[in-house]
Design a protein around this ligand. Structure first.
Ligand SMILES: NC(=O)c1ccc[n+]([C@@H]2O[C@H](COP(=O)([O-])OP(=O)(O)OC[C@H]3O[C@@H](n4cnc5c(N)ncnc54)[C@H](O)[C@@H]3O)[C@@H](O)[C@H]2O)c1
Length: 266
């Protein structure tokens, strides 16, 4: 007996799918049979991911815009739904520190706090609303997966606004799981371990990277973007048909570790 994971006949949308984890998610969902819309603020990045989606034999569409602007979010997600025959799977991946660096709380300016809360919590909230609206208006049910952070499992020292914004997304996820359940929409949150995307690999100091690696309970390297993509694939599939309102990590146990080092550099 084989147990297939297939997303054949579905359409997915990945926000911030032009790079890093979002790109890996877009490709993985396409490999499982989904057509994929990729939103990104950087046009070339979205186009490149769409090429990878098409190389898997699926339809890939690039939607360029800023997911922190609620009007653009509504417009882009409705466009995706119209062009792909609905959005069955919404992966809200836009986030991160943007141009800001980790710093003690008292050094965070109001502007930096606002940017980080907007770029993580509000971007996710706007996307959830637009995806659920598109799903409900077509009566197709669906799955929403919000990307948060392992920093929500412990005090996010030097990352207070980021940790707070991501923790709020976990709470939003549980609330929406209840509110959207009557529409057959499941809502879950996922988090990667520290993941060697292009930007993170370039930013991590060698000493900190080694200390992080040494603290991982299951051993091995820091996370790869494909690790989280596999978790998203599971949650998007019917194998997770009874799973909603949950927060799951794919981090080799990293955030369970008592010896995980605090962030010391941007
Ligand atoms: N990489 C990690 O170690 C790590 C760890 C924990 C959580 N995360 C979370 O995973 C998610 C993805 O992180 P990543 O490291 O792959 O990021 P990344 O910076 O490599 O890629 C993010 C993509 O989103 C796009 N983007 C950024 N702001 C946007 C906006 N306002 N509108 C549209 N597109 C926008 C960027 O252009 C980029 O293509 C984020 O939510 C992040 O907080 C990452």
């Amino acid at each position: 007996m084989t147990i297939p994971i297939t997303l054949a006949g579905t359409s997915a949308l990945v926000t911030g799918g032009g790079a890093g984890i979002g790109r890996a998610v877009a490709v993985r969902l396409a490999q499982a049979g989904a057509n994929v819309a990729v939103t990104d603020i950087v046009a070339t990045a979205a186009w490149e991911t769409c090429e990878l989606v098409r190389a898997e034999g699926r339809e890939g569409i690039a939607l360029i815009g800023d997911m922190t602007d609620p009007d653009q979010v509504d417009q882009l997600i409705e466009e995706a739904a119209q062009r792909l025959g609905g959005v069955h799977i919404g992966v809200n991946n836009v986030g991160m520190l943007g141009k800001h660096t980790a710093a003690p709380f008292l050094e965070w300016t109001a502007r930096a706090m606002s940017d980080v809360v907007t770029g993580n919590l509000l971007a996710t909230m706007y996307s959830c609303r637009a995806e659920a609206t598109a799903m409900i208006s077509r009566g197709i049910g669906g799955v929403i997966v919000n990307v948060t952070s392992g920093e929500t499992t412990r005090p996010a020292v030097r990352l207070a606004p980021y940790g707070a914004a991501k923790a709020a997304i976990n709470h939003l996820t549980r609330t929406l799981a209840i509110e959207l359940a009557p529409h057959r929409i499941r809502v879950n949150a996922v988090a990667p371990g520290t993941t060697l995307t292009h930007d993170v690999a370039a930013r991590l100091g060698a000493e900190y990277r080694q200390a992080l690696k040494a603290s991982i309970p299951l051993g091995g390297e820091l996370s790869d973007p494909r690790d989280l993509a596999d978790l998203v694939l599971f949650l998007a599939s019917d194998l997770a048909a009874h799973t909603t309102g949950q927060f799951l990590l794919s981090d080799n146990g990293a955030f369970l570790s008592r010896s995980r080092p605090e962030l010391t550099a941007g």
